[in-house]
Structure formats: structure tokens, C-alpha cells
Ligand binder design. Structure first.
Ligand SMILES: CC(C)(COP(=O)(O)OP(=O)(O)OC[C@H]1O[C@@H](n2cnc3c(N)ncnc32)[C@H](O)[C@@H]1OP(=O)(O)O)[C@@H](O)C(=O)NCCC(=O)NCCS
Length: 151
């Protein structure tokens, strides 16, 4: 949670899980629980999420991830995110999937690059839910597939 503004209480975490369930009910996709078969039944989440704030690139669906620290460095997130992006494009029928993070969250934007997402500096933005001046407010932006050139 080093790149979030704060950790969650048990109640906040449960409410977050309920919102994830609701997104599956509402639109058939969401943040999937990630299991490492025969090893760990639940290491975190990877999946698709409707961007919950207004920005020049919204409405949009993002691919996102959060995995317990001891499971970093094994490629699980890239593997799971590749499936999530494919599901979004081929099954849900989305035209585009976006992702964004604070530039200091190197592990996160490295996943975006491994996925083949394209960095779009023109769409970098200040996160509206982070206070002005906070170091976590600037966000770099990636999209998949690349934006079509304007006519
Ligand atoms: C961001 C986050 C999900 C990335 O996790 P990660 O483990 O680095 O990502 P991956 O699962 O794709 O693993 C990639 C690493 O596994 C290594 N790896 C090992 N075996 C691999 C394999 N078979 N295939 C691919 N990569 C493999 C890669 O070399 C890479 O290591 P490196 O970063 O040292 O080069 C994780 O750091 C996290 O949960 N952070 C906290 C939550 C967060 O910040 N979320 C994002 C908010 S925007």
C-alpha cells in the first residue's frame, strides 16, 4: 500500500470487496481474485475496473492489480493481466483498456510495459481523488491498443 494514500481498515476492505462483487454483477467483469494453483489460494487481485472518476479519458475501463508482497517477482501479475486484457477486448468487447499509476510505482508501470501497453504522455493527469500537492497525485497513463491516429 506504499503508493496508496493510506491502508484500509477491515471495514473499508470489506466494503471494497463488496464493490468488486457488485461490479461483476453489474457488468460481468471486475477485479478477479488470483490463486496460485496448489500453492496459495488467494494472493491478491488482478482485473478490470470502470474508472470511478472523471478525466479527459473517461468513461474508460482500466486494468489493475494488487498482490501480497511475498508473491511479487514471479510474473503472476503479468500473466493474469494478459488474460484480463484479452477477456476485456475479446469477451466483453471493449475498444480500449487503460492503466495508470504514480511514476514512482515502477513495479506497476513495468507490468503495463510487459503487457505491451503504450505510454501516452499527452494523457498524463493529476488524480482527482488525491489532494493537490501530494506526491501521489501525478499519474502516468498507458493504453491498449494504441490510439488510432486522428484523420
Ligand atoms: C505492482 C505489482 C502488482 C507488480 O508485481 P510484480 O510481481 O512486480 O509483477 P509480475 O508478477 O508481473 O512479476 C514481474 C517480475 O517477476 C519476474 N519473473 C519471474 N518469473 C517470471 C515469469 N515466468 N514470467 C514473467 N516474469 C517473471 C520478472 O523478471 C519481474 O521481476 P523484476 O521486476 O525484478 O524484473 C506489485 O508490486 C503490487 O502488488 N504492488 C502493490 C499494489 C500496487 O501498487 N498496485 C498498483 C497500483 S497502480
Amino acid at each position: 500500500m506504499a503508493h496508496m494514500q493510506k491502508t484500509m481498515s477491515r471495514e473499508e476492505s470489506d466494503a471494497f470487496a463488496a464493490r468488486i462483487e457488485k461490479e461483476f454483477d453489474d457488468c460481468g467483469f471486475g477485479l478477479w481474485a488470483v490463486e496460485v494453483p496448489n500453492h496459495s489460494p488467494f494472493i491478491g487481485f488482478v482485473g478490470l475496473h470502470r474508472v470511478p472518476f472523471d478525466a479527459p479519458f473517461t468513461p474508460a475501463v482500466e486494468v489493475g492489480w494488487r498482490i501480497a508482497r511475498e508473491h511479487w517477482g514471479y510474473g503472476y501479475v503479468t500473466e493474469a493481466a494478459r488474460c484480463a486484457v484479452r477477456y476485456g477486448l475479446e469477451v466483453v468487447g471493449l475498444d480500449e483498456i487503460v492503466s495508470f499509476t504514480n511514476p514512482a510505482n515502477v513495479r506497476s508501470w513495468k507490468v503495463m510495459e510487459r503487457l505491451g501497453m503504450i505510454r501516452d504522455p499527452a494523457s498524463d493527469f493529476e488524480h482527482p481523488n488525491v489532494p493537490t500537492g501530494h506526491w501521489l497525485r501525478p499519474h502516468i497513463f498507458y493504453r491498449f491498443p494504441p490510439a488510432a491516429p486522428s484523420p
